[in-house]
Design a protein around this ligand. Structure first.
Ligand code: NAP
Length: 545
């Protein structure tokens, strides 16, 4: 192992973000002998799980699958308590890993990176923080997460509101007491669907402002039975290998590849029913064209609507809650615990803001359709500037001073979701153009960390000063990502996958829908072929140039 290099201002690698991705990137590079500095805006590790402390926050991937797989020791030492772990348990796990691997000493907390400039002469990045600190690094890794740039819509009058208001993705550490209060929740995505039932337990009145009804199915969360977590540890490492080659990085269910027309209708209905009642994303794998054709999707969507309707007592309210403007699964499927039943309580009122748009926030509440809905607290469950928001929050300038914000003005462009032409030695973990948010994030994070770490060690061993995607390779990859997306129904919905939730954001399908296993094969082939599609700038060549 090489001797760790670097000084307090000069590192082999600087990593932005100390969530699952940044933590593992730090550990991996450090264990290979590289000097690494991580910058993190929060006061602790955790990323998504540090910021999203809203009531009811819970993972929608089963806890046994939503953990690091790089250490058999770690997975054996940690025991999950529920099928879907709640935010505090995941954050405890992340702190346990960080402490076990002594990661925190190399993380600068409460520090946002503001700018990064590539210096061609030295082939190093000059990185600046909000506190005026300046460091240099050969490699710059954005581990900023895909859903970390919380977004409150630009409603007029927000600052006039006299009550308490919070975004779910930036929740107070001490929690919020809603007891006896009138609470307005704006948004009905996953964060709202998880938080509303818990808020309803305390609130005196609950106003839910819905723009788009979402598909939601019961998560089926439960405590893990005695011995269940222990038994899972025995097969974990073998299962992890299968997950790396799977479609979505999940192995708790199978995707049926046969098309719906080739299956017996009774079999299809039974699959839909079994999968619905099993909870989780298995529902979307009931047959091959569920996510590919409107006809195939409609059968599952009808099934989902019929199940959802059973849970709502008032048919008029049920009608409002049933999604009818997008196929099932093309917006992230919500997994809930008692969400729809909240609308059976007299204290809950559902407001359709398609019919009566939110006009403004007043001193005393939310004004929609000319009515001032009075509230003591407003919860903005309004989502994120997804996938690109946190990357572009840093003013990144590549070769010749080219700005990444300018380069991506019409939508993100990457080669393999890992890099972008004109920005040597810059890597993204689970960036746009990779499976990321369409997969079990931990699997995709590990896949990228392994690839980036192998790449960096390989380059260092061959005296390569810079690696950069070629424009041709990038164009071909962007075309491929679009082509694969066009074979699915994803692009038809106004989802955050498309950037459609942010006014003015280019409408581009950002993740790669080809699947984790297929993607892994592609990126490994690229590496195996000597980093095909990249130019490698060798030190000897640079010296003689
Ligand atoms: P989201 O899915 O983007 O939902 C935001 C909600 O706010 C939507 O209902 C949206 O309506 C509404 N909204 C946004 N702007 C609005 C406006 N100006 N007026 C009225 N309504 C507005 O955000 P999220 O719920 O935070 O979830 C984001 C993603 O994070 C999820 O899809 C999931 O991947 C992840 N997540 C996962 C979990 C989990 O279960 N583990 C929990 C939370 C989040 P439209 O739909 O019409 O845009």
């Amino acid at each position: 192992m090489a001797q760790a290099r670097g000084s307090e201002t000069d590192f082999d690698a600087v990593v932005v973000g100390a969530g699952f991705a940044g933590m593992y990137m730090l550990h991996k590079l450090r264990s290979l002998g590289f000097s690494v500095r991580v910058y993190e805006a929060g006061t602790g590790v955790g990323g998504t799980w540090y910021w999203n402390r809203y009531p009811g926050a819970r993972c929608d991937v089963e806890s046994i699958e939503y953990q690091y797989g790089f250490s058999d020791e770690i997975q054996r030492e940690w025991t999950w308590t529920e099928r879907y772990a709640a935010q505090p348990e995941i954050l405890r796990y992340q702190n346990y890993v960080a402490d076990k691997l002594d990661l925190k000493k190399d993380i600068r907390f409460e520090t946002r990176v503001t700018a990064a400039d590539y210096d061609e002469g030295s082939a190093r990045w000059a990185i600046a923080t909000e506190h005026g600190e300046h460091v240099r690094a050969k490699f710059f890794v954005m581990a900023t997460g895909c859903l970390s740039s919380a977004r409150v819509p630009d409603f007029p009058g927000i600052s006039d509101f006299q009550g308490e208001s919070h975004h779910t993705g930036d929740w107070p550490h001490g929690g919020v007491d809603f007891t006896g209060k009138r609470v307005a929740v704006i948004g009905t995505g996953s964060s709202a669907v998880q938080s509303i039932p818990v808020i309803a337990e305390q609130a005196a009145e609950l106003l839910v402002f819905q723009r788009t009804a979402n598909f939601t199915l019961p998560a089926g969360n439960r405590p893990l039975a005695p011995g269940e977590a222990e038994a899972a540890k025995e097969s974990f490492i073998e299962g992890r290998k299968r997950a790396y080659d799977s479609q979505g990085g999940l192995i708790s269910f199978e995707y049926i590849e046969a098309m719906i027309d080739d299956l017996d209708p009774d079999f299809v209905q039974k699959e839909l029913s079994d999968r619905w009642h099993q909870g989780g994303f298995s529902f979307l794998g009931a047959y091959g064209d569920l996510m590919a054709t409107p006809e195939g999707n409609k059968v599952a969507a009808d099934y989902a609507r019929s199940e959802m309707a059973k849970r709502v007592a008032d048919p008029a309210v049920a009608e409002m809650l049933l999604p009818n403007d997008h196929p099932v699964g093309v917006k992230r499927l919500c997994l809930d615990t008692g969400y729809l039943e909240v609308f059976n309580q007299a204290k809950t009122k559902l407001i359709d803001v398609r019919k009566t748009p939110i006009e403004r926030i007043s001193r005393t509440g939310v004004v929609a359709g000319g009515v001032n809905y009075e509230a003591d607290c407003i919860v903005f469950a309004t989502g994120f500037d997804a996938m690109t928001g946190s990357i572009l929050a840093v003013d990144i300038k590549g070769r010749g001073g080219e700005s990444l914000r300018d380069k991506w003005a019409a939508g993100p462009r990457t080669y393999l979701g890992l890099s972008t032409a004109g920005f040597p030695n810059l890597f993204f973990i689970t960036g746009p153009g990779s499976p990321s948010v369409l997969s079990n994030m931990i699997i995709s994070i590990e896949q990228h960390v392994h690839w980036i770490a192998d790449c960096i060690s390989n380059l260092e061993g061959r005296q390569v000063r810079a690696i950069e995607a070629t424009p041709d390779a990038e164009n071909a990859w962007v075309d491929h990502v679009n082509e694969v997306a066009s074979l699915t129904l994803y692009p038809v919905a106004n989802s955050w996958y498309m950037g459609a939730n942010i006014p003015g954001k280019p409408r581009v399908f950002m993740p790669y829908a080809g699947g984790v296993g297929v993607y892994r094969q592609k990126i490994d082939e690229v590496a195996g072929a000597g980093y095909e599609g990249f130019t490698l700038d060798r030190e000897a060549q640079a010296a003689s140039a």
